[in-house]
Design a protein around this ligand. Structure first.
Ligand SMILES: [Cu+2]
Length: 197
């Protein structure tokens, strides 16, 4: 998914003034998945952001409820520890064969929380060896400038230091898209993307 294949139909860039922080800017937009009813779970993120970044203190959580991993897609900053919970009355297992993080938390029941730290950038596909249909993804990113689309494809990303970056997308089935983007202080850059392939 981090390969450099693009799937652009069109994109529009406009910078409009907003009352956001004076020293930072934001990006707001929409990613449509071609011919799909839902355009959720696309991760939009910036690369070429100078500096090194640490995760926040709170651990994001992936829950297991009704035999589904929730959320299905979790973008995190490199170094983040994720809590893995089980809220079902059946036992689940969590493992990944991913290059970015190969791990296996074993099989465990309700109300147990296990943790894993994601210390390498990349895509980590999660699976449960008890329920073959269960799947989820952790997308481990260099910096905290990322967002995930809602069902309607919309996203916003704020508090971005002004600069020129590369904006990329990740989706479990679609090829990544990328383009240059400029973020200006006190402004929102708007973008529309369509992922075709
Ligand atoms: Cu399971």
């Amino acid at each position: 998914m981090f390969k450099s294949l693009y799937c652009l139909i069109f994109s529009i860039l406009i910078a409009v003034p907003v009352f956001a922080g004076e020293n930072t800017g934001s990006i707001s937009g929409e990613v449509k998945i071609f011919r799909a009813r839902r355009s959720a779970d696309v991760v939009v993120y910036l690369t070429d952001v100078p500096g090194t970044f640490k995760p926040g203190q709170n651990h994001p959580k992936i829950d297991q409820k009704n035999l589904i991993f929730m959320p299905h897609v979790l973008p995190v900053v490199v170094g983040t520890t994720v809590d893995f919970a089980n809220n079902d009355n059946v036992k689940h297992n969590i493992y990944s064969p991913a290059k970015a993080k190969k791990f296996n938390l074993g099989t465990y029941g309700k109300d147990v929380i296990k943790q894993e730290t994601f210390d390498k950038e990349g895509e980590v596909a999660l699976a449960c060896n008890v329920h073959a249909e269960m799947s989820a993804y952790i997308v481990v990113l260099h910096n905290p400038y990322f967002a995930k689309t809602e069902n309607d494809g919309k996203f916003t990303m704020g508090n971005i230091p002004p600069g020129q970056y590369t904006l990329k997308t990740w989706h479990e089935k679609k090829r990544p898209y990328e383009q240059k983007i400029t973020v200006e202080a006190g402004k929102t850059t708007e973008i529309k993307i369509e992922l075709k392939r």
